[in-house]
Design a protein around this ligand. Structure first.
Ligand code: HEC
Length: 144
């Protein structure tokens, strides 16, 4: 009697242990893996929304900071630096339209649109923003 009860408890314990390790351990591991896989995507998708700006409505400064600064702040890939009037003087002579066309098309190490998803009016804003910090006095198209 006593022996068979003990055996029953032991069996029940073993079954419970294996059930709980299946029920808790396996899905938990999956959730953690899923959270890690989803996290970077969620962050990328949230960034423009938290900035309160849909594509087409971003200011020159917003686009500059999120994309162009990577090269034009540091001079990476020999990009003319923001505020370097000597480096920008000859380029500014192209006029805003000429510079915008050039930036949209890309030039040497400068990828088309600087690798951004900016539309034409946003490109005009950000090019005016950069040029105006570097000696020009272009009119930056208004943010809508
Ligand atoms: C990967 C680095 C990189 C990024 C990112 C980048 N640029 Fe450039 N940019 C360059 C380089 C390098 C040049 C110089 C090209 C040359 O004259 O050979 C340049 C030149 C320019 C010029 C002058 C073009 C001309 O005809 O002289 C403009 C305007 C410009 N960039 C705007 C932008 C804007 C606006 C952004 C962001 C949307 C941007 N760039 C992002 C590397 C970059």
């Amino acid at each position: 009697m006593v022996t068979s009860n003990l055996r029953a408890y032991a069996l029940a314990g073993a079954v419970l242990a294996s059930v709980s390790s299946l029920a808790i351990a396996a899905p938990k591991g999956d959730d953690e893996g899923a959270a890690k896989r989803i996290a970077p995507v969620a962050r990328v998708e949230l960034a423009p929304a938290t900035a309160g700006a849909a594509a087409g409505s971003r200011s020159g400064e917003q686009i500059y900071k999120s994309i162009c600064a990577a090269c034009h702040d540091s001079g990476a890939a020999n990009a003319p630096k923001l505020g370097d009037k000597a480096a920008w003087a000859a380029r500014i002579k192209l006029g805003l339209d000429g510079l915008v066309k050039s930036a949209i098309a890309g030039k040497n190490a400068m990828p088309p649109k600087g690798g951004s998803d900016a539309n034409e009016v946003e490109m005009a804003r950000v090019v005016a923003f950069i040029a105006n910090k570097s000696g020009a006095s272009f009119k930056e198209p208004a943010a809508k």
